[in-house]
Design a protein. Structure first.
Length: 264
């Protein structure tokens, strides 16, 4: 069975096939991707001791509306906020609240904005004041996992090559890769086929083809890979309460390589 379909021939829903997008689609994704990158650049100066994550989320909401875009997470399957803000041992999907940031915190801010029907999706780590040496290393290694896996991208590479590279880097520093969560296809849908695992074997998974668009968003734990879902139904934390870090980019596969949409 063919696993791929031209995006213009596919319905705007997840049909279990990998959509291949046009050059014009790539231009739209670049606009959406640059917008979320601008949003995180804007928010950086506000990530300081004493600020609440609710305040940061409100800034993101206001930024989105000022740019004629919509926060994709707001009311998505009941999610109550315009961003996911994950603090310290929170792996992902942290719900903004009244908790104030304090010196030494590490924080992931994950923003997806819909611009002209296209989803820009990115996340980045921020540090509140001076953080521990372990936290510094974890953040650096997680970013390396993302960027080194992106540098592999071109037609003919497999999704398993992405996961293999991430796993190799993380485990060489005695960190672990969260296996229960993954990257995903994206475009006019928030979450589409295929899933992009952050662990795996070279040559396994789906073959990359020109026109594919997806996120890579490795979640790396300082301790074990095991996770726990909190009672709110969204927040996912490390089971051993060790620190976790994440970076995310939205990328497209070009004729000879890749394009990072969520970068400026």
């Amino acid at each position: 069975m063919n696993s791929y379909i031209k995006a213009n021939l596919a319905p705007n829903k997840n049909i279990g096939l990998i959509k291949l997008y046009s050059n014009d689609d790539f231009l739209q994704m670049k606009k959406a991707g640059q917008l979320v990158a601008q949003c995180l650049n804007y928010i950086e100066s506000f990530v300081v001791e004493g600020v609440t994550t609710n305040y940061l989320d409100k800034l993101i909401y206001d930024f989105a509306l000022s740019k004629n875009s919509i926060p994709a997470t707001l009311n998505y399957r009941g999610y109550p906020a315009s961003s996911c803000i994950s603090l310290n041992n929170v792996i992902c999907h942290g719900i903004p609240g009244n908790k104030k940031l304090k010196e030494g915190d590490i924080i992931n801010i994950d923003v997806t904005l819909i611009l002209n029907g296209w989803h820009g999706d990115t996340s980045r780590m921020f540090k509140v004041g001076k953080v521990s040496r372990k936290a510094e290393i974890l953040i650096d290694v997680t970013y390396q996992c993302l960027m080194e896996s992106i540098r592999l991208l071109k037609p003919g590479v497999y999704t398993g090559d992405i996961g293999s590279k991430i796993q190799e880097i993380a485990e060489s520093h005695r960190f672990s890769v969260v296996e229960d969560l993954c990257g995903h296809g994206i475009g006019q849908l928030f979450h589409d086929h295929p899933n992009i695992l952050h662990f795996g074997k070279k040559g396994h998974g789906y073959e990359l083809k020109e026109g594919m668009i997806f996120t890579i968003e490795p979640m790396i734990n300082a301790g074990a890979k095991d996770i726990r879902l909190l009672a709110d139904g969204w927040t996912i934390v490390t089971k051993d309460k060790e620190l976790s870090a994440q970076f995310e980019h939205t990328v497209g596969i070009t004729k000879n390589g890749f394009e990072i949409f969520s970068d400026i």
